[in-house]
Design a protein around this ligand. Structure first.
Ligand SMILES: [Zn+2]
Length: 407
């Protein structure tokens, strides 16, 4: 039986970088190659699998425990556009000694525990790192390899009890489109887990509520030489608008459950200025209040200047899955028990972003996220612990055993 790291090393050889703003789906042709490979690997194990017209790999392993809940395991195949995924050259650091790891001597690039404290947990582990020129692809090929490992194990030994299982590998997660074309009719499951986190003890079922706000300021442009008491400079009013929002709700000064509004784009002139904000909060009521702050600021400016100087368009992007997970909290409890039995401390932390699992949860497939043993995603400092990948597989093994006993 292939080891998880052996599968991992094979999959990171595939460049599966996705691309934003592509017309095609998947966004890059090269993602098909890994999709076909995974589908072939599943079939070779004796699991019925195929790649659909959008590049989703779906494998189905019927259960051998009548009445057990049906479960899906999901990971994404693509890697982030933030760093190259071409010619990934994984390197071993065996029995890591806790010191700095030179990734690239020429440029002095070092993976060090002072900058990346997660390394301290991995003293004595075998690590796989990059050569400093690409990302590693642990996000999310660690998750892919772990699901494939468990699939192979179950397929090879029909005596291991399990319910119906669906294995799903998705393209384009990194560009926010991982579930765009996923047909849930092809994923007959009562609940699912994505494997897309870091710490093998991680279980996440809370993410941000998210909205995007576009603020447009309409000024009055007049020749500056004769502007007295007539010009209204949209750029100045845009800054005034921002100053009306709470100072302490910005990404650079918030963490954990603290929400924020983030000004991520501003473009304009005296005549017209457009500002783009992201609004984020785990708490629904506070999220609504943050959106209301924008409306209050707009109304204030419109009253102050005596015309519709400020327009605001707010669109919700996604919501915190927590409210949909709470009614099925046993799927979190099962994972927490499985993590403890693996000898790990459960790490329950809110995700400061969205997940494909959150989208699936709102489509009716409750889907918390588990860790994979991969760290420092989206860049050349990415690494995996081989032992922690094995622990993630052990967590899955125990989850599957527990679900088989649930009626
Ligand atoms: Zn990921």
């Amino acid at each position: 039986m292939m080891k998880t790291y052996e599968r991992f090393l094979e999959y990171v050889a595939y460049d599966t970088q996705s691309r934003a703003d592509a017309d095609a789906y998947p966004s890059t042709e090269k993602q098909w190659l890994l999709a076909k490979r995974l589908s072939a690997d599943l079939r070779e194990m004796g699991i019925s699998a195929d790649v659909d017209a959008f590049g989703y790999v779906i494998g189905r392993l019927p259960g051998n425990v009548p009445g057990a809940p049906r479960m899906a395991l999901i990971a994404h195949m693509d890697t982030s556009p933030d760093a190259s995924g071409t010619n990934v050259r994984p390197r071993w650091v065996r029995r890591y000694d806790g010191g700095p790891i030179v990734l690239r001597a020429e440029t002095g690039m070092v993976l060090s525990p002072s900058q990346f404290p997660s390394l301290k947990k991995h003293v004595g582990h075998d690590l796989i790192v990059t050569d400093g020129t690409t990302l590693l692809g642990a996000d999310d090929k660690a998750g892919v390899a772990e699901i494939m490992t468990i699939a192979a194990e179950l397929a090879a030994d029909p005596k291991i009890p399990h319910g119906d299982l669906v294995f799903v590998f998705t393209p384009d997660e990194e560009v926010g489109s991982g579930t765009d074309h996923l047909d849930l009719a092809k994923v007959p499951a009562d609940f699912a887990y994505t494997l897309d986190g870091s710490d093998a003890g991680e279980i996440a079922y809370e993410n941000f509520n998210a909205a995007a706000a576009t603020v447009t300021i309409f000024g009055k442009s007049v020749h500056p030489g004769s502007a007295k008491n007539r010009m209204v400079n949209a750029l100045m009013v845009a800054m005034e608008m921002d100053s009306l929002l709470p100072d302490f709700e910005r990404p650079e000064i918030t963490e954990k459950y603290e929400g924020f509004h983030h000004l991520h784009g501003m473009e304009g002139n005296c005549e017209k200025t457009v500002m783009k904000y992201l609004i984020r909060n785990h708490d629904q009521a506070t999220f609504q209040r943050q959106k209301q702050d924008f409306i209050v600021a707009r109304d204030f400016l419109n009253a102050k200047y005596g015309y519709e100087i400020c327009h605001i368009d707010i669109k919700d992007s996604y919501f915190n899955m927590r409210e949909k997970i709470e009614p099925v909290m046993h799927i979190v409890d099962i994972a927490v028990e499985a993590i403890r039995e693996t000898g790990l401390e459960p790490l329950i932390e809110p995700i400061r972003g969205g997940t494909d699992g959150a989208r699936l949860t709102f489509l009716g497939l409750p889907c918390p996220n588990l860790g994979t043993g991969g760290y420092n995603f989206h860049g050349p400092y990415e690494y995996v612990s081989v032992q922690e990948m094995d622990q993630s597989v052990e967590v899955l093994r125990r989850i599957i055993a527990k679900v088989a006993k649930t009626k």
